[in-house]
Write a new protein. Structure first.
Length: 114
């Protein structure tokens, strides 16, 4: 597991930001009520799926098991942007946890909070 750095969206110093390679599982710190932009790029020759964990496992009365995790599917050589809502994806210790089915060729660039 890797702890990822969140880049300041108001970077006025001109410091270049660089995407980081994905591990099987990664996480980054989020604040409740804040939003973060996660740019995901897949440079591999196969599709990849990145899952963002929603730690709320409660089930309303009468419902079957509810899984509110979100899968972001990237096609071969695909790129997507996903907005993380801190209030939804923040675990009890303040982390947003994510996992990729195969880390090879996947990079993240995280910016926030907004």
């Amino acid at each position: 597991m890797a702890d990822l750095t969140v880049n300041n969206p108001f970077n006025i110093a001109g410091v270049a930001v660089t995407p980081v390679a994905a591990a099987a599982t990664d996480r980054f710190q989020v604040g409740s009520g804040q939003r973060y932009q996660v740019e995901i790029e897949n440079t591999s020759g196969a599709s990849r799926t990145v899952t963002f964990d929603d730690p709320d496992a409660s089930n309303p009365l009468g419902y079957k098991t509810l899984n509110r995790d979100v899968d972001v599917v990237l096609a071969t050589n695909g790129r997507k942007v996903f907005v993380v809502e801190g209030s939804r994806f923040r675990d009890a210790t303040g982390w947003c946890n994510m996992a990729v089915n195969t880390a090879s060729g996947v990079t993240y660039l995280i910016t926030g909070p907004f």
